[in-house]
Design a protein around this ligand. Sequence first.
Ligand code: CUA
Length: 349
Amino acid sequence: MFLRTVARCSFRWTTALCLLALVLAGCSPEHHPQTTLLPRGDFAKIADDLLDTTVRWALLVFVLVEGVLLYAIFRFRGKPGDPEPHQTHGNTTVEVIWTVIPALILAAIAVPTVRAIFQTNAMPGKDALTIEVVGHQWWWEFRYPEFNITTANELHVPMGRTVSLRMGSNDVIHSFWVPQFAAKRDVFPNRETRMWFTAQAEGEYPAQCAEFCGIQHGRMAHRIKAQKPEDFQAWVAHMQTLGSKPPGTAVPADAGPKYAEGEKLFTAKGCIACHSLAAVNAPKGLVGPNLANVGARSYIAAGTLKNTDENLAHWIRDPQGVKKGVLMPNLGITEAESQALAAYLRAHK
Ligand code: CUA
């Protein structure tokens, strides 16, 4: 009997500890980089500081109130045979105290909150880098008017220079969210919303559409590549070389035999109707993502698949199997054709 009780107790404790470990593992930012708790930019830092302030006050209130409650429970516990306690109704002093203290705490939270609202809604300075962000079902378009280049699903930003995002949508409402740099902000058709942030750490960070926008909302991810200013400039200079080229020209030196076949298929299969291969002077309003540097991206299909040759060919062959409902139709492309198209696109870096 005793042993059984001990066993049951230790089972409960083990379960509780395992659950706690699981919950805490979910908080570990190294394994879950899409976190707001590790800000890498000034905008996100403002929001994170606000959260810290609020949590500190909440913790103080919790400890004080629960402490007094526990003290009262144990100190004034009734015992059998105790007389009826003294009955009271109303106590002006206590009521004033428990009105004034919460009011002061709310004020202490409200002041930095209002300040943060104004800071994050302020317009960035004139030297900010303007980037136009366009939401599509289900990918993101990024245009850099200052450099006349366009890309998709990977937002390159220079460290230390504020970027000013001017955002809209091509179809439904999406929400642009860059957890470690800024906040969430909805994007709408025919209406511009704005956001800004300054990246303060180098690296590649995942981000995600944060407003339900159709069946592949969950696969509408993008990545932020925060680069040192010189690396960013080099990227821009490289992208500015990716203009439109007549077919057959500028074949890369290392292009395999499949490149030429892929190039023909890109036109013959109609890929060219929805995708531009030019980063410079890229046409607006195309249905599919710009592919000028698709070969250099970390992911394809808006964060759905790692950008390997195999995945690229698979995606081209069976987009509806990978991402059901996506606007890219299955075109009856054979395995060999998909490999040629992948080889052709891989050369676009
Ligand atoms: Cu776009 Cu959810």
